[in-house]
Design a protein around this ligand. Structure first.
Ligand code: MTE
Ligand code: MO
Length: 421
């Protein structure tokens, strides 16, 4: 079911061999603690998810401790330290998600950082020389790149493993709103690494956040960090300081965050404070135990995650009412981490008949497309809306998503229940 480029799967395989020989470094955590986490992640036990076992969603009005921006219940559903965008609240937005309705995923809390005190330290055995610091102004003075990209949590739509497939998973009970698309401006990570003197023997690049250390079941995992192969770091990754033409808002990484296009959200590290460039392979809990695929469909050591998967969502509230005998325009969005979306099909009768939706955007890699379809419901009563995307690799959303213990990369068609009145 995965569609990782072979080089990334090969990268992970090599890392695992190095790890089992003791040749990889578990950066910032005891090897023993990391082994414990990995063992726990392979079963849906209490250690497996940072947010603990899946549980009922808190009421929309409950505050999310640690999120700075307002979270009005029309726009967001609060889930522990996180806020999910209500998809219906996107119906009057364009391709880009305004910052005031962009989902927030915080492991702990949004830190308040002053850009004038902020420094980015690039350091490690993979540099030719000593550590190099960049101020905010120095970063902004580098050549800038602007690009549209979605950020989507790897756990987006996790709740449907339970509600649609009757399977147990751990973690935040997102429905489909842990995604947003914005226009990001920043410096190329490649430029920063070159200026810092990245050497020929560098293999891994690991950014680390300035937010609090993460404590999970008594184990201090340290600050949020996840290594990526040097090939990706030198490719299309940005150190972004602007979102939709404004400085990044505090909740979205102010002053500087990474944008790792098409990859799972955890790669796009917020509030970056330092970047380790290493000549030896690196491991962190975020690529060995959490944010890894475990379960009966996967090898015992788990499978890695790089790219995001494909999904579709209606801009319709759950349980919304539609008047019988009237024409309605259903709108929604589809996206894929693997390739631009090619087609979207919609069914309004629970999946018996399907028809093409109109695409409202030119499909682009790393972005979503808006679409619409007309609907003239005749019979009163419950109805089920379905949307199914196919991307340019030919991959189509399946009926059932392959289970993993932490409920990542849900890709199946979601059944959206509504009422015809
Ligand atoms: N430092 C830091 N970076 C982070 C996180 C975090 O908790 N701390 N969460 C990650 C996860 S899991 C996701 S899905 C995205 C969410 O980005 P957003 O909150 O801007 O939507 O940020 C990622 N970057
Ligand atoms: Mo995430």
């Amino acid at each position: 079911m995965r569609s990782d480029p072979p080089s990334e799967a090969a990268y992970d395989g090599m890392r695992l061999r190095q790890w089992s020989r003791g040749a990889a470094r578990s950066a910032g955590i005891e090897r023993r603690d990391l082994m414990k986490l990995v063992a726990a992640a392979s079963v849906a036990g209490p250690l497996a998810g940072l947010a603990g076992p899946a549980h009922a969603a808190p009421t929309a009005a409950s505050p999310a401790p640690g999120i700075v921006k307002p979270l009005p219940p029309e726009l967001f559903t609060v889930r522990d330290t996180n806020a999910e965008t209500n998809f219906a609240a996107l119906s009057d937005t364009g391709l880009l998600t305004p910052a005031d309705r962009f989902f927030v995923r915080n492991h702990t809390a949004t830190p308040r950082i002053d850009a004038s005190d902020w420094r980015l330290t690039v350091w490690g055995s993979g540099l030719n020389g000593p550590a190099v610091e960049f101020t905010y102004e120095e970063l902004r003075a580098l050549p800038s790149v602007t690009r549209t990209a979605f950020i989507e949590c790897a756990g987006n739509a996790r709740n449907f493993y339970t509600t649609q497939q009757n399977q147990q998973v751990t973690g935040t009970t997102w429905t489909l709103g842990a995604i947003g698309t914005a226009r990001w401006r920043g410096a190329r990570l490649a430029d920063v690494l070159r200026r810092a003197g990245i050497g020929r023997d560098a293999v891994d690049v690991m950014p680390r956040g300035l937010d609090d250390e993460v404590i999970s079941d008594g184990i201090n995992l340290g600050r949020v960090r996840r290594p990526m192969p040097v090939a990706k770091a030198l490719d299309d990754v940005l150190l972004a300081y602007e979102m939709n033409g404004e400085p990044l808002p505090p909740d979205h990484g102010y002053p500087v965050r990474l944008i790792v296009p098409s990859w799972i959200g955890i790669a796009s590290l917020k509030w970056v404070g330092d970047i380790e460039v290493s000549a030896e392979p690196l491991f962190s809990p975020w690529n060995t135990s959490i944010y890894r695929l475990f379960g009966t469909a996967y090898p015992p050591e788990g499978a890695p995650m790089f790219q995001q998967t494909l999904k579709s969502a209606f801009e319709v509230a759950p349980g919304a009412s539609f008047t019988a005998g009237r024409r309605h325009v259903l709108t929604g969005r589809s996206w894929s981490g693997g390739a631009p979306v090619r087609t979207v099909e919609v069914s309004t009768d629970g999946g018996v008949r399907w028809r093409r939706a109109r695409l409202l955007d030119e499909p682009r890699s790393g972005s979503w497309v808006r679409w619409s379809a007309d609907w003239l419901p005749r019979d009163r009563g419950p109805a089920v809306l379905l949307a199914r995307a196919t991307d340019r690799t030919g991959r189509t959303q399946p009926e059932v998503s392959v289970h993993n213990t932490q409920g990542f990369l849900f890709d199946a068609v979601v059944r959206h229940e509504v009422q015809v009145v």
